[in-house]
Design a protein around this ligand. Structure first.
Ligand code: DWN
Length: 404
């Protein structure tokens, strides 16, 4: 990156270097002896608009065409998006709205919206996901969304009453182009709603493992408002939500179409205080190193006592955490995961086998490293047999601790 993707400033300051890591979801098929490509993983802060962003961009075709993550594999996300579908209907006055989702994955949200009486269309670059969603009744076009696609869709399908982009905006290099596409396709009184991991939570909770090559930007309200304003779009409401370690949900409309809530100005003030200057980022870099050292110390201590340790959740973030902390197949026997498309494959770089969740009870490791720590509550609820048998979890973020 030579220039900031929002304001094009060249004043980009590197405050964190996590080394070279494989692509987070580039799961390996057993027997493959191709070495996984590794790319620099560094965080930059734009000194002009404040946007936090990676120093390199990996081409989206490489990242997303064959994509292992599916929303419906995490039941808490299914419940979460059912709640969002309900809130969308509370906020729109259109009886049978046309709802378009950018990055619709396996159609989880659009299915919940369609159930409430909406016409839906998904835009999803992962070929297998778009095909599966369409087969499941949610029409999904296998495309990358942008301003050109928006113009074609306006001609072919007409304006959208509701547009959605959940855990997508951070993944897009041409963010201004996508925002232009929203401005092109959204109806005059339409609503655009987007959710993304919130940089304040990432910094304050030391969630460094959520830094990986899919996440090009670590979004905040101020830089986004700057990009939205170019197309006369404004954030009229915001919600702090708990998904993915702490996210922000923004509600956007055309300037003047809706009254701006006090929550927006309140968050803008809090954000301005929390992330101004270099201090918060220098502190974050120190805390990341401390978090790594704490986890490494705990893992080597437990292993020196002869403990067997597995992982729980073959998450994208686990690639960053395991690689940066130097934890591989010698330290972690296997990783249990509920996603059929991940089972039977190996984690990128560390090459740890991914197996169905049942392995946790069947093979009874002494500890399970919670790589899906953002679902800790639900995973512990479902692991009573493992806990009753003496199993324990290691929660790595912000600092390693054994739970319950
Ligand atoms: O931005 C992104 C977020 C939305 O999802 C993508 N770039 C990639 C992905 O990141 P992630 O893989 O870190 O997301 P999750 O939702 O934390 O992944 C959870 C993993 O844990 C999934 O592979 C499913 C698995 N899981 C499980 O095995 N048992 C999840 C739950 C809730 C469970 O009970």
């Amino acid at each position: 990156m030579e220039r900031c993707r929002i304001c094009e400033s060249t004043a980009l300051w590197c405050f964190l270097d996590l080394g070279s890591t494989p692509l987070a979801n580039a799961l390996v098929y057993p027997g493959s002896d191709d070495r996984e490509a590794r790319y620099p993983l560094e965080l930059l802060r734009c000194e002009e608009c404040g946007l936090v962003q990676l120093s390199v961009v990996v081409r989206p075709e490489i990242l997303f065409r064959d994509y292992a993550y599916s929303t419906s594999a995490s039941f808490p996300m299914v419940e979460h998006f059912d709640g969002l579908a309900a809130e969308i209907f509370q906020r729109t006055t259109v009886a049978n709205p046309f709802v378009l989702e950018v990055g619709s994955n396996d159609g989880t949200l659009l299915r919940a919206v369609a159930r409430r009486g909406a016409r839906v269309l998904g835009i999803e670059p992962a070929t297998a996901l778009a095909r599966a969603a369409t087969a499941g009744g949610v029409e999904s076009l296998n495309l990358f969304f942008g301003s050109d696609v928006a113009r074609d869709l306006l001609t072919d399908r007409g304006p959208a009453d509701i547009m959605v982009a959940n855990n997508v905006l951070a993944h897009i290099d041409d963010l201004p182009g996508v925002i232009e596409g929203v401005a092109t396709l959204l109806s005059e009184r339409g609503i655009f709603v987007a959710e993304f991991p919130y940089v304040l939570d990432t910094l304050e909770r030391v969630e460094y493992d959520t830094v990986y090559h899919e996440h090009l930007s670590y979004l905040a309200l101020a830089p986004l408002e700057r990009a939205l304003a170019r197309h006369e779009l404004t954030v009229f409401d915001i919600e702090r939500i708990s998904t993915h370690g702490g996210s922000l949900r923004i509600w956007v409309a055309r300037a003047g179409a809706r009254q701006t809530s006090a929550a927006v100005t309140g968050l803008a003030d809090r954000e301005q205080r929390a992330v101004s200057g270099r201090g918060p980022f220098e502190r974050f870099a120190r805390e990341v190193a401390n978090s790594r050292d704490a986890l490494r110390a705990m893992m080597s201590g437990l292993r020196s006592e002869g403990a067997r340790i597995a992982g729980y959740g073959a998450t994208a973030k686990s690639t960053t955490l395991l690689t940066y902390c130097g934890l591989g197949a010698d330290a972690i026997e296997f990783i249990a995961d509920s996603t059929p498309a991940k089972q039977g494959r190996l984690t990128p770089g560390t090459r740890i086998p991914i197996v169905p969740e049942e392995a946790i009870v069947e093979r009874r490791p002494d500890y399970a490293l919670l790589l899906a720590w953002n679902y800790a509550e639900r995973i512990l609820e479902r692991s009573t047999a493992y806990l009753r048998g003496g199993g324990r979890f290691i929660h790595p973020i912000p600092y390693a601790r054994i739970i319950p």
